[in-house]
Design a protein around this ligand. Sequence first.
Ligand SMILES: C[S@@+](CC[C@H](N)C(=O)[O-])C[C@H]1O[C@@H](n2cnc3c(N)ncnc32)[C@H](O)[C@@H]1O
Length: 419
Amino acid sequence: MSRTEDLFELSIPATGKYAGLLEKKPEYEELVTFAENKTEPVYNWFYYKEGFSRTLVWDLLKELSVPKGSLVYDPFCGTGTTLLAAKQMGYPAIGSDILPLGVFVANTKLQEGYDVELLQKEIQAITSLKFGTTSLKWADPGFIDMRKAFSRYARNDILFFQEKILAIEDAKIRNFMMLGLLSIVSEASNTKKDGGVLKIVQKRHLPPVRYLLRNRLKRMFKDVKKTEPTGVHAEARIGDARDPQLEDDSVGACITSPPYLNYIDYTKLYGLELSLLLSSTRELIDLRKRSLRSHVGAEYKKENGLRSEKLKETLQNLKEITITTSRFPEVLTGYFEDMYIHLENLQPKMQHGSYACYVVGNTCLPDLTVDVDLILAELGEQAGYTAEKILVAKTRWCDVAGIRKERPVRESIVILKKE
Ligand SMILES: C[S@@+](CC[C@H](N)C(=O)[O-])C[C@H]1O[C@@H](n2cnc3c(N)ncnc32)[C@H](O)[C@@H]1O
């Protein structure tokens, strides 16, 4: 038995209605991460660590025999992996995300039909401009010191390029350039995304913005030259997964990954890039409040209370043990309430016989694991789906205090069917 198989067996609960749905799927171990996308043309235009890989979407569409021409939907689309992968396989696709950053990146990656000659000229023109002053300001993200996050030169240079890019007439080229600029913000800064948090780090050698931008645009341009247009429509929209704006009976497959129940606040992790697109700190705070309740910055409202037995048991155990993470019970309840609202509102939009697939990670707490996959399966049934199977892509040790390998936790794909 390999180490992964061992851990899988250990992670299966002895009892419980949904435990029987768990199936080992080690082939998906890498695919539930962004790893593959890092080297794939177009998919790698923006590094979104929380995303999954394109082959996962292709495999699920094949495995579930999703009829050709069906609409593929991703309610938490992030930077659009599902949308691009579906489109490349000939499926029309729609996605939504609460944050304009993901929606912008996704739509730009989905663009086709560039005027390639003009694009090349514009890249040359923009990256050879002589630096001057700019009237643009960077909205203060409100949680990080911008003077520490960037050298004065880097901040000015980014704004200078942004101003010039915004003046480009051709919308596709303008988006392409803006995505190039957004994708180098992190590299040009004294910050690092570490463990789901944005940290200030003093980097020894920060490459100049012009150099980063030129290289990035050149690489992206090569991808554009190689890409054949598909003619298939796919788009991302700003929207809340709890309120899907779709026609009844229209969705042929839903392939998605909601934020994990791990406290990551995307408005902070991607706060620098987001605030470059926004006009005020207020807007950023508002987005934080409206995002899924997987972190403490989201707005908390008391809801009706869910009927999940598994969740009740988890909350009970949570009371009995010492919780080091404050407000966890609140986040836990809010998270599942939001996921239930999403499932319930999506159900009428799904076609009969179609599947909804959720990539989720279980949460490791001291003395307790939150089995997000099992709770979601239970909530899915209550929202009118049949829980078909739970594909376990990964099992890793839950470390306590970074040393004691306490118990295995799963990362799974919950598959629900609308009968
Ligand atoms: C795990 S990421 C999805 C990554 C995506 N699969 C990819 O490959 O790029 C989860 C996404 O959910 C978004 N999100 C958070 N709350 C949301 C909500 N209420 N409605 C829609 N999207 C939301 C976050 O902004 C984030 O982009």
